[in-house]
Design a protein around this ligand. Sequence first.
Ligand SMILES: [Zn+2]
Length: 249
Amino acid sequence: MAWLIIIISLIVLWVASLCKFFCGSFHDAKAAFLDDGRVFGRNVLLVIAHPDDESMFFTPTINYLTLRGHDLYILCLSTGDADGMGSIRKEELFLASAILKIPHQQVKILDHPDLQDGFGKVWDWNLIAGFVEDEICARAIDSIITFDHYGVSGHCNHRDVGRGVQKLLHDFSERPLEAWELVSKSIFRKYSGPVDIWLSKLFALFFDSRHLQCLLNEDPSKTYAAMAQHRSQWIWFVFSKTFNLYLDY
Ligand SMILES: [Zn+2]
């Protein structure tokens, strides 16, 4: 009997968590993420390592920002050519960006010999910082979003991107630039599904909203439509448990 109660309780918790995702978006949409009362939107730069990072990891943020009129730019540091499909993946990123309401001309994809996709490929942080700096100047960027030191999935290219942006911020600390990094979670939290939302909300309560934000995905259907554009990567999506329903920053 005790086991039955436990199982029923877990099912109720799981369903309640799922309802929170789909019904709680409007409440959480009031979070003051990148909102300091400006009349005009910000110019926000999203720095990623590979085509599909934007759809796999950042769509709750992209949806949040585009819905509020901010100008979003993407700097993708490689074509994702580890399997020789770089040219295909570039086009897939442009298609996904169109779904996410990011104009083609606001998406830049690099193909530098020292920034090639792959496990074990070490990317120079100074080189990354230089490219990001160029983009900040060219686009009058005032806010930047990227991976943290672990890179969510632990991929070395993601980690180097996070470190490269950190280096830029350290070297140009006098620049008026607001930066947010996507928080990587433990494997237990990552694979606990929607139930983890309560833990994220709890953590957010203990931190100043200027330092930690938990964003719910306000348009999950757009996320799946964007992910569907990355046809060459479907095998990874099938095995991935990274559901883009919410993110912690
Ligand atoms: Zn990636």
